[in-house]
Ligand binder design. Sequence first.
Ligand SMILES: [Zn+2]
Length: 252
Amino acid sequence: MTSEETRRDLVVYGRRLYEKGFVASTDGNLSARLPGGGFLATPTGLPKGELSEALIASLDGDGRPTQGVPSSEWPMHLAVYRARPDAGAVVHAHPPFATALACAGRTLDRPILSEVLISLGAVPLAAFELPSTEDLAEGVARSLGGHAAVLLANHGAVTVGPDTRAAYYRMETLEQAARIQLYADLLGGGRSLPEPAVQALKGLGEGYKLAPLPCAACEGCPVAAGESGAVVLRREELARLLAEFARVNGRA
Ligand SMILES: [Zn+2]
């Protein structure tokens, strides 16, 4: 992914955070690691619904701004990048259901939904620290550990991913899961999936990846041509694979 594409994604998914109601006003921030070193980050004090590519801040490999002023939560993003060399992007937002859980001191650690186990896994809770402080930055990176997402007590949530798009969709999954968990709690509490299913789903999660976007704009696109790992299956091939999967897992 080029620097231009990385910059564009920060705008696209930053605006989407606002449109989905995951942030209000100037809340939230996004950043991404650049392929050649350095980072891009959303600017301080700007509503995410008003983002544009020219307003994105640039930072060098040590996290020092080289153009524009990054979010006041940039130290939190940098702490995550330092702890997680695999993180290509970090998204921070205040989605209402996930943030409600975080305000109640709860986590998303009960295995009640298959999709959440596959794409997100367990979500820990980082202790409250004042926003924009080093204590928050270090606490979030420590609590995140090797997870895909972390709740921030009395504050919001952080997700990471190989790129901005993946980190954004983890935030969507997190918010949907938090909403369903709350509804299930109102109905007496969600029942956990059976343990063998939990183990099988955790195994599936190892290989979970978002399908690459077909790149309609470029002719001879390597992604569309399947040259970067994209696989195109005919209907009967997919049916055969699914039947094989069910047989191996003792479901047929
Ligand atoms: Zn925040």
